[in-house]
Design a protein around this ligand. Structure first.
Ligand SMILES: [Zn+2]
Length: 273
């Protein structure tokens, strides 16, 4: 015969479990309030189940990869604006909401990236993340010191001439180990040849910037910037295909520096100082 007290405690445990489950599923009070406001500061607290998410917090609404139509609708100017906006979202901690498994399926049969980005191998500058871009958004070439070679140049030609990208961005970064290696004249296997590509940038930093060693962060970052400008110049000089597209306004070429300490990318064009 069952003890009624045992049955009662069984009900109590069941009721507690149901309450706990209900509590887990309901938004917390501040989330509930945020669900009904369009204040941007509220977006980080907005539960993903909020029915007003797309209207009140568009940045959190799920976005899909570019299509042939959306790529065609972009201009070199809007492509750069999107990279700037993406970096601003990253810095603010409000990246766009993505459904990556769905994006994989959506891009399986074709890709329509709007930009090609050359950036450094450095683990602290994962370029898609810091520009808040995702599957199908950008072509990405990464190599230590974001140097240029024929294979990367050919890849850029493919990205722009064949695949319709509207922008080439060369993005270096602060405190770059490859730049420091070039400054120090590091000699190590195949790395030696790579660092030799950075050497001309060292000579472009004004003589008054002293001391000219890897221990001087100002000098290292100025060499990084000079290296980005050098690569931009090399792209124009060594690729008649890309130069023509740039001159005709079909694509743009921009440079940028990523700040490892703030997460910000400062973009500049050919003519900026
Ligand atoms: Zn680097």
């Amino acid at each position: 015969m069952k003890n009624p007290l045992n049955r009662l405690s069984g009900f109590a445990v069941l009721a507690a479990a149901m309450l706990l489950a209900a509590g887990c599923q309901s938004p917390k009070p501040d989330q509930k309030a945020c669900c009904a406001t369009s204040a941007p500061a509220c977006c980080s607290k907005m539960p993903m189940t909020c029915p007003f998410l797309a209207t009140n917090c568009p940045a959190m609404a799920t976005v899909a990869p570019p299509t042939k139509e959306s790529q065609a609708a972009m201009t070199p100017q809007s492509a750069l604006a999107e990279l700037k906006a993406g970096n601003a979202r990253f810095v603010a901690g409000h990246p766009l909401n993505r459904n990556l498994p769905a994006d994989v399926k959506a891009t399986a049969s074709g890709q329509y990236p709007f930009a090609v980005v050359l950036s450094c191998l450095d683990s602290r500058q994962p370029i898609e993340i810091v520009l808040d871009q995702s599957i199908g958004d950008i072509f990405s070439a990464r190599v230590a010191g974001n140097v240029l070679n024929d294979d990367i140049l050919g890849s850029m030609e493919f990205a722009c001439k064949v695949s319709g990208a509207k922008l080439i961005a060369v993005i270096g970064h602060s405190n770059c180990g490859a730049i420091k290696g070039a400054v120090d004249g590091v000699d190590l296997g195949n790395l030696t040849g790579l660092l030799a590509r950075i050497q001309p940038a060292i000579g472009q930093v004004p003589a008054e910037v002293q001391p000219r060693t890897s221990k001087n962060p100002e000098f290292v970052d100025k060499v990084s910037e000079a290296n980005v400008r050098l690569v931009m110049q090399q792209i124009r000089e060594r690729s008649p295909i890309l130069r023509e597209m740039i001159d005709q306004g079909q694509i743009s070429l921009v440079g940028g520096m990523y700040d490892l300490s703030t997460g910000e990318v400062h973009f500049y064009s050919n003519t900026d100082k």
